[in-house]
Design a protein around this ligand. Structure first.
Ligand code: UD1
Ligand code: MG
Length: 449
């Protein structure tokens, strides 16, 4: 009795003025489609069909990343929402449970709302439609009801004056037994003002066969669809506001919440602190008690308990900071594990590296990880001390408790406990500076005179 999810994502999104398919525009750092799929995923669907049309190949790649189990079906001509759902028939073949239809460009439907729809189904309604009371009903489809019963959905274009006065609108989300839904969808015609196959017609078709239909209402904010860049910006603002509120509720200190930007999957532990102007890209986990100081940018990384990051730090994918690590200002870390208590406090690049427990990496240290073609690793042992401005030319290993002299260019391994000095020797000539200066001043005077 598994649930089937049908996500409509074939529309062109002309008003986005973009080469990127609409549903792939990022919201909270991930494609907006990922939000829709995540609300559906919370219902643990057995089958997921994503109906694609415009930019199908790009959408297919994105879907594979979001949910490798999801199946992409192609709607080559956009003949309407009913026609779109019909394309999912092969995926739903033999399904015994319910199906729910969601839109890829309507990312804020909460999983609790879908649960409420499931409950209405369990309560005996054959078809459940998610509706909302519209502030301005505009061109939404109207829900024609008598008491609790939904009689039909009428599209704005086809509605009478009287029907247009209805404020209860169709969100587009609909739930019914999968086999029944597919059967009804197969019967939809296109004799209407738009000449389209309207999914909404399943209500009247179902009722004509004696099925019952009900409305579940949600907040209008949940049904926000994205059609333009301006709406995308509004959606981003709404998403950020919600994440900030949730993060505060979870016991995280945000000193200036309105300046912090989250991704859809950001996880921050209780009693962590995030200072102003921090940006979280996708894939970040920050554990309890960690401090992310101002103006830091994090993505695809893990910050353990008690670690301190920033100000002005950049953690890129694969940065793994163990407990009590310090990564300071103007430090970039990529694909590198930094073990417990190690410090990289100033102006460094640590890429494709591992740094042992308690090691100290001096200011201006660079792991020279790239030779122009290949990437190479740097390994720094526990409690090693890397002098300021050391260039670690990878592949290279620095042993436990070894040291490098500041300004060294390290091109070969340094054994445990050794000190490596790899810089040119200093030559100091007494009095030469004074002499040079006198000569330059004399030259300048001669020029003037
Ligand atoms: C639809 C509903 C309307 C509802 C509104 C809510 C119908 C007939 N109308 O209208 O009652 O109030 O949504 O926003 O269902 N799509 C496809 N293939 C198609 C057509 C659409 O995949 O052939 C996708 C679109 O990409 C979009 C979604 O379905 O994600 C809805 O399509 P859209 O054209 O926006 O429908 P509306 O006219 O807004
Ligand atoms: Mg629409």
């Amino acid at each position: 009795m598994g649930l089937s999810l049908i996500v409509l994502a074939a529309g062109q999104g002309t008003r986005m003025q973009s080469d990127l398919p609409k549903v792939l525009h990022p919201l909270g750092g991930v494609p907006m489609l990922a939000h829709t799929m995540a609300s559906g995923a919370a219902m643990a669907p057995e089958r997921v069909a994503v109906v694609c049309g415009h930019g199908a190949e790009q959408v297919r790649e994105a879907v594979a990343e979001i949910d490798p189990e999801a199946q992409v079906v192609i709607q080559s001509e956009q003949l309407g929402t009913g026609h779109a759902v019909l394309q999912a028939a092969p995926v739903l073949e033999g399904a015994s449970g319910d199906a729910v239809v969601l839109y890829g460009d309507t990312p804020f439907i909460r999983s609790e709302t879908l649960e409420a729809m499931s409950e209405a189904r369990a309560g005996g309604a054959d078809i459940v439609v998610l509706g909302f009371m519209a502030e301005d009903p505009g061109r939404y489809g109207r829900l024609v009801t008598v008491e609790e019963r939904l009689l039909r959905i009428v599209e704005y274009k086809d509605a009478t004056q009287g029907e247009r006065a209805i404020r209860m609108c169709n969100s587009g989300v609909i739930m019914a037994d999968a086999a029944t839904l597919m059967q009804l969808v197969g019967e939809i015609g296109n004799q209407n003002a738009s000449g389209e196959y309207y999914l909404t017609d399943v209500v009247a078709l179902g009722r004509a066969r004696g099925l019952t239909a009900e409305v579940v209402l949600c907040e209008e904010a949940e049904t926000m669809g994205i059609n333009t860049r301006a709406e995308l910006a509004q959606a981003e603002a709404a998403f950020q506001a919600r994440m900030r509120a949730e993060t505060l509720e979870n016991g995280v200190t945000l000193t200036a919440p309105e300046t912090v930007h989250f991704a859809q999957d950001t996880i921050i532990g209780r009693d962590a602190t995030v200072e102003p102007y921090v940006v979280f890209g996708p894939g970040v986990t920050v554990e309890t008690g960690a401090v992310i100081r101002a103006f830091s940018h994090l993505e695809g990384c893990h910050v353990s308990r008690g670690a301190i990051v920033g100000p002005y730090a950049r953690l890129r994918p694969g940065a793994e900071l163990a407990e009590d690590v310090k990564v300071g200002n103007f430090v970039e870390v990529k694909n590198a594990e930094i073990a417990e208590g190690a410090k990289v406090n100033h102006l460094s690049y640590i890429g494709d590296a591992s740094i042992g427990r308690g090691a100290n990496v001096g200011a201006g240290t660079i792991t020279c990880n790239y030779d122009g073609v290949f990437k190479h690793r740097t390994e720094i042992g526990p409690r090693a001390f890397i002098g300021s401005n050391t260039m670690l030319v990878a592949p290279v290993k620095i042993g436990a408790e070894a040291m490098t002299a500041s300004g060294s260019v390290i091109t070969s391994d340094v054994e445990a406990g050794a000190l490596a000095v790899a810089r040119s020797r200093q030559v100091t000539k007494p009095g030469l500076a004074e002499k040079m200066m006198a000569r330059l001043k004399a030259l300048k005077a001669a020029k003037k005179g």
